[in-house]
Design a binder for this molecule. Structure first.
Ligand code: C2E
Ligand code: MG
Length: 856
């Protein structure tokens, strides 16, 4: 028979003479029929007889059925009251006990667990107090004797040690042990298991009680695992949810190993399953977190817009995120295992492959690299512009490389658009002046080395402004587009066409021209004819032919003598110097000269020191009324250049206007005039001065402040200073100068419009601004003189002056006729060589009238 408890079982084999004598003694003292020691099974009512009194010694190793209620009494009382013997099932030798009465007393081990019972069979139903006393003593003696034996037992120490060790291991590792006796359906737990399930250690555990710690799903899982384990006779391990002492669901790792026995029929049969339990909630939570984190990371990687792959040192793709499909056209799974080389285009970016290979084989130090403006092959065969970033790391002692492909298609497209906007003309789609300068620079560099020529031309479409005025801007743009297409069609490589500012085109021969290269010279010689015949032929607009008037300024010079700004200057100046007068052909050719450029360059360079070196001086040209009285004088600046001699403002002012030198010069003139007025005032001389101010100077934020400072410093009387502004300034910078003009007008400064009528007549600024005077361009007076008839344009100019109550100054009067005509026209003031040339200060001052004093 199998005993559930190894302790009493181990004693079974020993003769227990002391116990037997105690039982016999009790039998005598209590006048009992029999006194037995039985082992106890908490799950079964069948108990084994371990020891009997001398008389009944035959019944040892037999078993009997001890009713449940009798077993329950063992833990409740030391010695029970009498129970009917019929409640028990006795072995044959003790069958007469069924008609008698039984008292039971529990036997505990040294830990307090009931391990057995003493059964005293009596005839009497009622016990005397003496009998009770005897029974109690007998039970205690037997218990003590047994405990003494158990302590002495060689296994006891080891077992206790082992149990202790097991409990200690369990405590430290939080691993509990369990055992299921399949015969007895008995569950045993170690201390840690009790603690795990929140059950008081030592309590008897039934299978039901054990399973009560698990939710239904876990129970089913355990039952299934046990069943499978018994069938396969193999260990199982499972993770199930359990309910801890506080009622919370937690995770348990449970293992079980079946133990087998050989049956009578020589069959292996599982009689016991034992194993461990461990709370793995924390571990599971961590691994869940880790799992979640991994998922989290891969979600991040997949949601990246960039394609990301990891490769090994041989270039084999190990992982790929989902974006590879979007960027490269490959499915991630499709790419894994492939060579990274499939993404590298064969020809286009050979160096991409080299870079990758260098990085793959590189030493440990190179952990990061980036490759910009590369191309990779899309699955569909196309090329995608990408930026590639590489970084290496070591995983499991293996080098891995992370390759990130950033799709630059959209950015490239945008960059292309920006480039297009910056370097191409939106109307003709031709490259603009920036690219002309760049290309010109390239040709000059090439030609400079070989002493070769460069060739380019500026094509100014002279009458495009007329198209604009007559038909509007869209038609003018259309004409420019037609001309652009004619130019590109006519002049093929090595010629290149560019759109210049406003009405211009540039033609550049993008090769150098050597003296030996006769073909190149022939091609260039043909240019003039091609312009005339193919480019500047009539244009049809609204079913009628329209003329194209162009000025072609050609520039051919030695590369080594050229630079971009010189060529541009030569082209500009060449155009400016050309007069269309008396030229009736639609295309006028003009060869630009480099002579003027050197002087221009010299002037530009020496302008900066002109004021500080006191090289500037003023001449004054008087203005007279018709009665011959001098009412004003125009201050005209001159430059006595130390090397170049006297330079007129007509030459150096436009150059000064290209830089801030004009501000310094203007400021100097303002101050000189202030000083002159102050001196005149002091000397009792009466006059007004008119000074020329450039647009660039006038538009400066500090102009008014500086002007007012001069007025204040020299105590300039109100109404004695006039500022001459060119009409073009007012049209182009109206908004910029308007406030300044108002402020100065309030302080007594008057304004005059120089070269009135030469630009587009715009009446709005006349009405709006404090203009007091207009100066009629010399050409109008000339025209009147030439045609000898009333000029309609001049008529309307005088009408306007009359309407706006403007004083009219006739400029450039060179002879009597012009003077008389101007008088006849009703001009108020007259200026010109006929009356006075610009005078030096002393001569001018000599002509000034003395102030009339009241009463004087
Ligand atoms: P502007 O304002 O039209 O000045 C009149 C110009 O015509 C002066 O040339 C003057 O010498 C010239 N002139 C006067 N009467 C006659 C004549 O009967 N026949 C001819 N053919 N010419 C005559 P100048 O002094 O060479 O000045 C040229 C331009 O330079 C001026 O034209 C003015 O725009 C500019 N300028 C002169 N001084 C200054 C200055 O101080 N500052 C600025 N910003 N510009 C100035
Ligand atoms: Mg003037």
């Amino acid at each position: 028979m199998q005993l559930h408890d190894g302790l009493l079982g181990s004693l079974q084999d020993n003769s227990l003479p002391e116990i037997t004598s105690r039982l016999s003694e009790a039998k005598v003292n209590m006048e009992a029929t029999a006194v037995l020691l039985v082992s106890i099974s908490p799950v079964s009512t069948r108990v084994g007889i371990l020891c009997c009194d001398d008389i009944n010694a035959d019944s040892e190793k037999e078993s009997l059925i001890m009713p449940k209620h009798a077993q329950l009494l063992l833990s409740m009382t030391e010695v029970s009251a009498t129970l009917p013997g019929s409640d028990f099932e006795w072995p044959k030798a003790l069958i007469n006990c069924a008609n008698q009465n039984v008292i039971v007393g529990g036997i505990k081990d040294f830990q307090g667990n009931i391990i057995g019972a003493v059964l005293i069979v009596l005839r009497c139903h009622q016990l005397t107090s003496q009998q009770k006393h005897y029974a109690s003593i007998a039970r205690q003696q037997i218990e003590l004797g047994l405990q003494y034996k158990l302590i002495q037992h060689p296994f006891t120490d080891k077992l206790a040690e082992k149990i202790q060790l097991l409990n200690e291991i369990g405590r430290i590792s939080h691993v509990g042990g369990w055992e299921l006796d399949l015969h007895a359906s008995l569950v045993s737990w170690t201390r840690e298991t009790y603690l795990l399930f929140g059950v008081t250690p030592g309590r008897d555990i039934t299978v039901e009680r054990a399973l009560a710690n698990f939710p239904q799903a876990s129970r089913e899982k355990i039952a299934k695992a046990m069943k499978a384990s018994r069938k396969s006779m193999s260990t199982f391990a499972l993770e199930v949810e359990y309910i801890n002492a506080e009622g919370y669901r937690r995770w348990l790792k449970m293992t079980g190993t079946p133990q087998t026995d050989t049956t009578h029929s020589h069959q292996e049969k599982v009689y016991r399953i034992y194993g461990s339990v461990q709370d793995i909630t924390e571990h599971k939570r961590l691994s869940d977190t880790q799992h979640n984190y991994t998922e989290y990371l891969s979600t991040i990687l997949d949601s990246m817009a960039d394609a990301l792959v990891t490769i090994d040192v041989d270039g084999t793709v190990i992982t790929a995120n989902n974006s590879v499909e979007h960027v490269l056209g490959y499915d991630a799974d499709e790419l894994i295992g492939q060579d990274i080389g499939i993404l590298v285009p064969k020809v286009e970016s050979q160096n991409t492959k080299e870079h990758l290979e260098t990085f793959m084989k590189g030493d440990r130090k190179t952990t990061k690299a980036s490759l910009e403006h590369h191309f990779v092959s899309h699955k569909n065969g196309g090329l995608i512009p990408v930026d590639i970033s590489l970084s290496s790391f070591h995983f499991d002692m293996q080098k891995r490389i992370v390759v990130v492909f950033r799709d630059m298609s959209v950015r490239k497209q945008l960059a292309d658009q920006v480039y297009q906007a910056a370097y191409y003309d939106s109307i003709t789609q031709l490259p603009n002046t920036k690219l002309f300068d760049k290309a010109l620079k390239g040709v000059i560099r090439k030609a400079g080395v070989t002493y070769a020529d460069i060739y380019c031309a500026q094509i100014a479409i002279d009458n495009i402004s007329q198209y604009k005025q007559a038909f509007g801007q869209p038609t003018a743009d259309y004409v420019m587009r037609i001309l652009a297409s004619r130019l590109t069609r006519t002049f093929s490589k090595p010629f290149a066409i560019f759109r210049g500012a406003e009405d211009n085109f540039y033609l550049l021969y993008e090769d150098i021209i050597t003296e030996e290269d006769k073909d190149a010279q022939k091609t260039i010689d043909a240019v003039r004819r091609q312009f005339t015949d193919e480019v500047c032929s009539d244009i049809t607009l609204h079913n009628s032919p329209h003329k194209i008037y162009a000025v072609v300024t050609i520039c051919q010079l030695k590369g080594m003598k050229a630079n971009v700004s010189k060529v541009r200057h030569m082209l500009e100046e060449g155009y400016k110097q050309l007069s269309r007068d008396n030229v009736n052909t639609p295309v006028v050719f003009h060869s630009a000269s480099s002579v003027g450029y050197d002087r221009y360059n010299f002037i530009r360079q020496s302008l900066g020191a002109a004021v500080s070196n006191h090289e500037l001086f003023i001449q004054l040209q008087p203005q007279y009324e018709s009665d011959g009285s001098m009412v004003c004088a125009e201050a005209l600046v001159r430059w006595q250049h130390p090397q170049l001699g006297l330079i007129t403002p007509a030459e150096f002012i436009p150059i000064a206007e290209e830089s801030d030198a004009i501000v310094e010069i203007g400021q100097w003139v303002m101050n000189e005039c202030g000083k002159l007025l102050y001196e005149c005032n002091k000397s009792g001389l009466r006059t007004r001065l008119s000074i020329n101010i450039s647009a660039k100077h006038m538009a400066r934020a500090d102009f008014t402040e500086k002007m007012l400072a001069v007025i204040a410093h020299w105590n300039v009387p109100k109404g004695s200073l006039t500022i001459e502004l060119r009409e073009a300034v007012l049209i182009g910078s109206f908004a910029l100068v308007r406030n300044s003009m108002k402020e100065l007008a309030d302080k007594g400064v008057s304004f005059s419009i120089d070269h009135f009528g030469s630009g587009n007549l715009n009446l709005s600024y006349l009405r709006d601004l404090c203009i007091k005077e207009v100066k009629l361009d010399r050409h109008f007076i000339d025209e009147e003189d030439k045609i000898g008839a009333q000029s309609p344009l001049l008529n309307s100019i005088f009408d306007i002056a009359k309407i706006f109550e403007l004083r009219t100054v006739a400029e450039g009067i060179e002879n009597t006729t012009q003077f008389n005509d101007a008088i006849k026209r009703g001009c108020h003031v007259f200026q010109g060589y006929f009356l006075d040339k610009p005078l030096n200060v002393t001569d001018w001052r000599a002509k000034l009238p003395v102030k009339q004093h009241a009463g004087g």
